[in-house]
Ligand binder design. Structure first.
Ligand code: HEC
Length: 114
């Protein structure tokens, strides 16, 4: 009986560690590596920095550099989707899904500074 308990415990431990190691799979739509300088920065510069740079950090968000964009990535994605944050760009239509997807893929790929 004692052995059975030990076995059960080990199986439980293995199952537990498998569950713990599960990572969120990267969206299959993320087929290519997103470039910060060629993809992400131009999106933010064209749509956001007019209201979100150092001199005019609306809502407290300066989004003009890699480190600021990287540090605020989930708020940026949330605001692009209007999910948990006010929809941005403020007053304008939402960005196209293809752009939002690019930003989401960039996050899932580890927010590369490439
Ligand atoms: C026309 C100006 C303008 C543009 C363009 C704009 N924003 Fe904003 N944004 C604001 C203002 C103003 C606020 C603060 C609103 C408030 O506090 O009520 C804000 C707030 C935010 C917030 C905080 C929202 C919240 O609910 O806490 C985020 C995140 C944000 N903007 C991201 C972005 C992103 C990303 C873009 C580009 C896709 C963008 N903004 C474009 C004016 C703008």
């Amino acid at each position: 009986m004692r052995i059975h308990l030990v076995e059960l415990f080990s199986i439980g431990l293995v199952l537990f560690s498998c569950t713990k190691e599960k990572v969120t799979p990267i969206d299959p739509a993320c087929t290519s590596i997103i470039s910060f300088s060629n993809d992400i920065l131009p999106i933010i510069e064209a749509n956001c920095v007019s209201c979100h740079d150092q001199g005019n950090a609306s809502g407290g968000y300066n989004l003009s550099t890699y480190s600021k964009i990287s540090a605020n990535a989930s708020a940026i994605l949330g605001s692009m989707k209007g999910d948990g944050y006010q929809l941005m760009p403020q007053g304008g239509p939402a960005l196209p899904d293809s752009i939002i997807m690019k930003f989401s893929c960039w996050i899932q790929q580890g927010k590369l500074d490439n």
